[in-house]
Design a protein around this ligand. Structure first.
Ligand code: PMT
Length: 410
């Protein structure tokens, strides 16, 4: 499928100067394997990280880099570089190149080619976490998104600089999948509406303390991105996370389970609801109005009461129940058996079970292993990135909504 879509397609890969440039070598290899023609432009800084010889050997083409090279300009001017491509991919897209793109600078071959291009552009940002979070970078990204520049990643985790946070370039497999989507935009969910919940909830104990969990929002946000990429009008109701809001998605930021329920109900009617949030099952009955103090009488007792079940509420709606209601099951034992029981109890159509035991890295990590429970059927998905899980789920949702083959599991 990927191979068919990439056979004979022409990718202009612009490699900027970041340590993630080494992953671009793998990207070139994968693109070539699938029959794409890859022509590369390297910035001056990129040449400090990977050699033009490696890039040229893998792409089996000359590597371009010098705006002022008479031979390059006569053989292949910067205008032709982009005209003769189906898609421009910038990987890694450094904070510097993103800023130059946003400003419309043309101070080297990479920036000039991008400015002179009339082709779709996909960027795979890679940088230090502080650079990523900087308002200047975020404003530049918003400018590029408004111009239709597509983006894949970044992810979070250990960075080459030794810090931890956002800025790690998407993996070559994820960039490849984004390239396929960019070249053959799949709009199977155009005209459909989707609701996704994501992240943790926070239940206040007092004005400064709360009950919560380790959900990062990576899985839920990736699902919202994948549904929006297929054309669905997507509302993402999310608890507090560090995840950037995916392009084309409307974010409703909430804190507590009750707020999440209210925002989810307000988003109805939708065709599909995917509840990936890790909702706190309980809240403190009455949160203290002032910070609780040590009073010498020992720790306070917290009386917990049950929170509303958002998934069960949405699945139980009468007049405006979504056509497809999908839950997640976060389990630490008897993963599939518990998920089956949970699906029945909550009345949803599918449930995606994942093991969240310590050591699996499911909470907060970039990968997930899903067991999809659909009625009596259980499908074991291989370990995948959360972006791949989201793409696969979105594909299944599109397939089922298109076929109208909605089994009455309620
Ligand atoms: O955010 P990440 O770090 O990427 O991690 C992803 C994830 C592990 C959080 C995600 O893949 C996941 O499993 N989400 C569901 C977490 C959870 O709360 O599971 P649960 O088994 O307790 O709940 C089952 C389902 O009911 C879930 O769809 C949940 O959203 C929903 N629920 C639970 C309680 C409640 N009061 N209301 C609900 O709607």
């Amino acid at each position: 499928m990927e191979g068919e879509l990439l056979e004979g397609r022409r990718i202009l890969l612009i490699i900027a100067g970041g340590i993630a440039a080494y992953k671009s070598l793998e990207l070139i290899r994968r693109l070539r394997e699938r029959g794409a023609a890859v022509r590369c432009v390297m910035t001056e800084a990129a040449r400090q990280f990977v050699t033009p010889l490696s890039v040229s050997s893998l792409s089996e083409d000359k590597v371009y880099g010098d705006l002022w090279s008479l031979t390059d300009e006569s053989e292949m001017g910067h205008i032709r570089l982009s005209r003769e491509a189906d898609l421009l991919v910038v990987a890694p897209a450094t904070a510097d190149l993103i800023a130059r793109m946003a400003m419309g600078l043309a101070d080297d071959l990479a920036a000039t080619t991008l400015l002179a291009s009339d082709k779709p552009v996909l960027i795979a940002p890679a940088m230090n976490a502080m650079m990523w979070a900087h308002p200047a970078t975020q404003a530049n990204l918003a400018t590029l998104a408004a111009r239709g520049v597509m983006r894949v990643g970044p992810g979070s985790g250990d960075l080459a600089c030794g810090e931890v946070g956002f800025g790690r370039m998407a993996e070559p497999a994820d960039i490849l999948a984004a390239i396929v989507r960019a070249l053959a935009p799949d709009r199977r969910l155009a005209g459909r509406r989707a609701l996704v919940t994501s992240g943790p909830t926070r239940e206040p104990i007092d004005p400064v303390r709360y009950l919560s969990n380790h959900s990062s929002g990576k899985q839920g946000h990736a699902i919202a991105a994948a549904l929006a990429a297929l054309g669905a009008e997507t509302v993402l109701v999310s608890g507090p996370t560090q995840e950037p809001t995916p392009a084309g998605v409307r974010l409703v930021a909430v804190e507590t389970a009750r707020q999440m329920l209210e925002a989810s109900e307000a988003a109805l009617p939708v065709d599909v609801a995917v509840m990936a949030a890790a909702v706190s099952d309980w809240r403190v009955d009455t949160a203290a109005g002032q910070k609780l103090k040590k009073d010498g009488k020992g720790p306070p007792s917290l009386r917990l009461v049950e929170n509303p079940d958002i998934l069960a509420s949405i699945a139980g709606r009468h007049n405006d129940r979504p056509l497809l209601v999908i839950g997640f099951a976060a389990e630490t034992e008897n993963v599939v058996a518990n998920a089956r029981a949970k699906r029945k109890r909550k009345g949803c159509d599918w449930i995606l079970a994942n093991d969240v035991s310590p050591g699996t890295g499911t909470f907060g990590g970039d990968r997930n292993t899903i067991h999809m429970v659909d009625g009596d059927l259980v499908e074991d998905w291989p370990v995948m990135s959360k972006i791949e899980v989201a793409a696969r789920l979105a594909d299944r949702i599109a397939e089922v909504l298109q076929s109208g083959n909605l089994a009455p599991h309620r």
